[in-house]
Write a protein that binds this ligand. Structure first.
Ligand code: 2YG
Length: 275
């Protein structure tokens, strides 16, 4: 995942209703229903009494203006009492606890986590995003069991996706720009699930052959019009978008893409679901 910029997220709060309606058209499910599916729980089993504090962190490349506000708007949209702390870093953590927040959400340049102080549950954005988009793709494509799915990118999101897609019964192939990363993820999926995963060496051929594509790479605009057919479905978490501007209109109504929403929704359901 590349680092988000303010312009990637400043629209989120105002567009959540429209975003949710768009999800229902594409997947038949709301953001909450997708998160519940990904968190292997039911909407009714998610405790909304927990208070959520989102804490700005100034370390590394520093605060992204609007990031914590966008996160709090998503958890608020899902029915959680959410706020952004006035203080940052350690002071923000202390303020969150003093104000009675059970759920703490915070991100430095490497990790974005949700922590439930009461149950000690933790959810990582990369893995949760991978799993959340796999759930949404399963719903959008009408079930992935025994269907070929091409995963692009063997990083944290691609890994979360591979394990979730294996659980959903998909026939997975993986392409990463570094073949040893594809091989390592294939081995890890086999170790953890017993499922054999193919690795792809040629990106263009893989994109021409596969109709269900999961873009977990930080690369922009490498999926072109010639790769798109009426049967193509694409899950594309995070920024930038791998689908180029010519291909976009060909697949727009069968494309899942957002900078934060599905990942954050999956994280909060992960840490608030009842055992
Ligand atoms: O508190 C702040 O404002 C900053 N410390 C947040 C920094 C977040 C950096 N991480 C990213 O931009 C992404 N890799 C993670 C965001 C979700 C992507 N699926």
């Amino acid at each position: 995942m590349t680092r988000l910029k303010t312009e990637d997220i400043s629209h989120i709060k105002a567009s959540l209703d429209k975003y949710n309606r768009d999800l229902i058209v594409k997947t038949g499910a709301t953001l909450g229903q997708i998160a519940a599916y990904a968190a292997e729980t039911g909407e009714e089993k998610v405790c909304r009494n927990f208070k959520v504090a989102v804490i700005p962190f100034t370390c590394g490349r520093g605060i992204i203006e609007g990031f914590t506000q966008a996160v709090a708007s998503i958890t608020g949209f899902l029915g959680f009492n959410s706020f952004v702390t006035e203080n940052t870093d350690a002071g923000g953590v202390a303020e969150a606890v003093e104000k009675g927040a059970e759920i703490l959400m915070m991100a430095d340049d490497d990790k974005f986590v949700a922590i439930n102080r009461v149950t000690a549950r933790v959810s990582d954005n990369g893995e949760a995003t991978g799993r959340g988009y796999a759930a949404a793709l399963d719903l959008m494509a009408g079930g992935l069991r025994n269907r070929n799915v091409l995963i692009l990118g063997a990083g944290p999101v691609g890994k979360g996706a591979a394990l979730a897609l294996a659980k959903l019964g998909a026939k997975i192939s993986i392409f990463d720009i570094k073949p040893r990363c594809s091989n390592r993820l294939a081995e890890e999926v086999h170790e953890k699930t017993g499922i054999t995963v193919r690795t792809e060496g040629n990106l263009d051929r893989a994109l021409l052959v596969n109709k269900i594509i999961y873009d977990a790479t930080p690369a922009p605009s490498f999926i072109h019009k010639r790769h798109i057919t009426p049967d193509t479905f694409i899950a594309a978490p995070g920024i930038p978008l791998g689908v180029d501007s010519e291909a976009l209109p060909e697949v727009a109504d069968r494309l899942l893409h957002d900078p934060l929403e599905i990942g954050v929704a999956t994280m909060i359901y992960d840490v608030c679901k009842q055992a």
